[in-house]
Design a protein around this ligand. Sequence first.
Ligand code: PGA
Length: 251
Amino acid sequence: MRKPLIAGNWKMNNNVSDSLKFAATLSVELKAAGQIDVVMAPPFTALYSMGVALSDTEFKLAGQNLFWEDSGAFTGEVSGEFLAEIGCTYVIVGHSERRQYFGETNETVNKRLMAAIRHGLIPIMCVGENLAQRENGDTWQIIEEQLTDGLRGIDLRTVAHFVIAYEPVWAIGTGKTASPDEASGVHDSIRNYLKERYGDETAGKIRLIYGGSVTPANSRELITRENIDGALVGGASLDPKKFADIVRSAH
Ligand code: PGA
C-alpha cells in the first residue's frame, strides 16, 4: 500500500512570520498527520524556522528547488546538502513554473534529481503538459519525454522512493482542475510507463500525486482514484484550514 502524500507548495508566498503563524494554526487544525505524509514547501528563507517550529510534529518539509552542485561559485543557488542539513525530507524538482520562467529542462531536472538522491532527499518530480500541447493531442508524448529524460540513469531501488506529481500546466492556479477521469487517465498511463520501465514491484511503490487547482471541494474525488496517491497543492495550501481539510480528505 502506498502512503498518501499531501504537499503544500507555497511558491513565493509567506515570509518567516507568516510561515510561523501557519505552523501554529496547522498544529491546532491537524493534531497529527496520521496515515498521511503531510509536507510543506515554504520559500527558502522560511525553511529553517519552519524546521524548528515543526520539529516536534510529524509534518515534513520540502525545498521548492535545489541546485545540482553541492557547493561553490553559484551565486543565488541552494544545494541539496543545505536543504538536508536544515531538516528537509523532500524537494520539489521541475515544477512547471521553473520550466516556464527559469529555463528548467528535462536535462536539468535529471541533474537536480541526481543531487537530491545524493543528499537523501525524496524528490517530488513534476511533469505535465501545457494547454497548447493538450489541444494538439500531445499530452502523453510530452509526459513520456519528461519521464524518460528526467529519470535517465536512475536505478530501480532509488526511483521506488520518488514521488511524481502530474500537474497539467493549464490547471495550475487557474481554478480549472483536470476532472478525476482526465487526471486518473494520465496517472494510469504514468503507472503503466513505470511498470514497463522498472517492473511491477518498483512501479507499484512510486507515489503519483496530482496538482492543479486542488481544493477541499475536489480533493477527495481525485485522491480516491486508484493511481492518485495524493496532491500537490498551491493556492489552497496557503490557508492552513483549507490545507488541513485537504489532508483530512485523504484519510
Ligand atoms: P495550484 O498550484 O494548486 O495553485 O493550482 C499547484 C502547483 O503549482 O503545485
